[in-house]
Design a protein around this ligand. Structure first.
Ligand code: TRP
Ligand code: ZN
Length: 487
């Protein structure tokens, strides 16, 4: 989230607003079970293992995303990452070892992982040493024997070095970003290879065990639940487990001086880690966290994961927050809207994830709309107030371009129009189809797609089904046409 704050005039409108009845469909809270073998079931309908890899292929170096064509790799699908990391802020060196369990989707003589920087020590595949070469972000691995389509493989990579933050097309930084007392670790859209070897594409979700060893006194915070915390010889190891499918860009391992408050929120463990320098400023927003989670649970459907929380660091060079799965990262103390934005991404972004990056409005438009719902729920302003304010802006205002559904180039991924025009699209849809159909669309979108990947045409099809209206021209005008839409 960045740069999308509503003006104080909108924030201050308060009292006079109608209390819009966002449907309160509260249900008994159950800790969700991780989906059964989320990645494996994608293989059930495929041909079985090939008898022998007769003509094994070289796995493609990328998956052809329109914005990041080399991100991700062909020929396999990751099920689980086991990462063991050690970091010493005094030296800035990260020592890593990654065990990656995958399934081959082709017969492979060679395949790639994405990794930026570092010295790779050794690579093995299924326990046998493998040879490797480096080519940009591609770590090219040649296993001792060809791999067979449909069979599991275990890749182990040891690596070491001072991580280099990755610079995005828009000039912002991500990956492993050193701070004064540790590191701020965020990966959207392409930062994950800056700290672990991976199949860096949001389509290849996997589960994770991430353990991080740091000097005693520092805390390392990662996704999911804390399995153990052990100290020995001046160092402490934090072992975290993410049981739900997670896109690589949502992995984190932010570390430094943190005070960690543990509690239970919406029936799951909550971990709120705060850099002491931010504690006072962050306290008011963080006090709202349980209410925000239960409010979005009532509107969208049950909270998707088995842990929740936040990481509030002091990382001023970063300039944005990120919806890291189960624990969004904040580069500074957030206000309640930024917190609500990142928490709503747990439903839209983390559980329901785009297939290709140009569909980013499915994350940012929805999270911005969630801020507006939170403004309404707390009696501060309504989504229609926000819509009306932006609708009054002139045709040459940057809020209109690029169109939310077609940012065009990767440097526009996080532009204001993606956030605001994206959220306005949802408000315009709500007015067009009415509240019952609108909230049914959002709930079905979430419940029918969580832990998977989606596209904008799928959203349009669902909205048409649920409303019984033909919405082709409507979405075309709102999402794809340049300039100010017919507000
Ligand atoms: N997804 C983040 C949010 O809005 C923002 C973000 C992630 C971002 N990576 C970025 C913004 C890189 C600018 C540059 O919640
Ligand atoms: Zn966002």
């Amino acid at each position: 989230m960045r740069g999308t704050r509503l003006p104080a005039t909108i924030l201050g409108v308060g009292g006079a607003m109608l209390a819009l009845a966002a449907p309160a469909l509260a249900r008994p809270r159950l800790i969700p079970a991780p989906p059964h073998r989320p990645a494996l079931h994608r293989f059930l309908g495929r041909p079985g293992p090939s008898p022998w890899p007769v003509r094994p292929q070289i796995g493609a170096p990328g998956l052809g995303d329109p914005f990041f064509p080399l991100a991700g790799n062909g020929g396999y699908d990751v099920l689980h990452y086991g990462l063991r990391l050690a970091y010493d802020p005094a030296t800035g060196v990260l020592d890593g070892s990654a065990d990656i369990a995958a399934v081959a989707t082709s017969d492979l003589s060679r395949f790639d992982l994405d990794l930026s920087g570092f010295t790779v020590g050794a690579v093995s595949v299924d326990g046998r040493p493998a040879s490797f070469t480096r080519d940009g972000q591609e770590l090219q691995i040649t296993p001792a024997r060809p791999l067979r389509r449909g069979l599991p493989l275990l890749v182990s990579v040891s690596y070491s070095g001072a991580p280099t933050p990755i610079t995005d097309p828009d000039g912002s930084i991500e990956g492993w970003v050193p701070t004064t007392d540790g590191a701020f670790v965020v990966g959207e859209p392409q930062g994950a290879p800056g700290w672990f070897p991976c199949n860096d594409n949001p389509r290849d979700k996997a589960t994770y065990d991430i353990s991080v060893t740091v000097p005693d006194g520092l805390t390392a915070v990662s996704n999911g639940v804390l399995r153990s915390q052990r100290s020995s010889r001046g160092r402490t190891t934090f072992a975290w487990h993410e049981a739900f499918p997670m896109a690589t860009y949502l992995a984190t391992a932010t570390l430094g001086h943190f005070e960690v408050a543990q509690a239970t929120v919406a029936g799951v463990p909550s971990y709120v880690a705060v850099d002491p320098s931010q504690a006072a400023d962050a306290a008011p927003a963080l006090a709202e966290l349980p209410d925000i989670v239960s409010y979005f649970s009532s509107v969208y459907g049950p909270y998707p994961f088995d842990a929740v929380g936040a990481i509030v660091d002091d990382a001023p060079d970063v300039g944005y927050a990120l919806e890291s799965q189960t624990k969004p990262n904040f580069d500074r103390a957030p206000d309640e809207f930024t917190l609500a934005h990142e928490l709503s991404h747990q439903w839209f972004g983390d559980a329901v994830t785009l297939t290709t990056w140009p569909d980013i409005w499915l994350h940012e438009g929805f999270a911005t709309y969630s801020e507006w719902l939170w403004g309404d729920h707390t009696g501060q302003f309504t989504p229609q107030d926000a819509y009306d304010y932006y609708a009054s802006l002139p045709a040459d205002d940057p809020v209109w371009d690029p169109p939310a559904g077609n940012p065009g180039t990767p440097d526009a991924l996080f532009s204001d129009s993606v956030y605001i025009r994206g959220a306005m699209t949802l408000q315009a849809l709500r007015v067009k189809v009415g509240d019952p159909a609108f909230f049914r669309i959002l709930r079905r979108w979430y419940l029918g797609n969580r832990y998977g990947n989606v596209t904008t045409p799928q959203f349009i099809a669902l909205a048409q089904r649920e409303s019984g209206q033909n919405l082709g021209a409507f979405f075309n005008a709102w999402l794809y046409q340049e300039g100010k839409p017919p507000v």
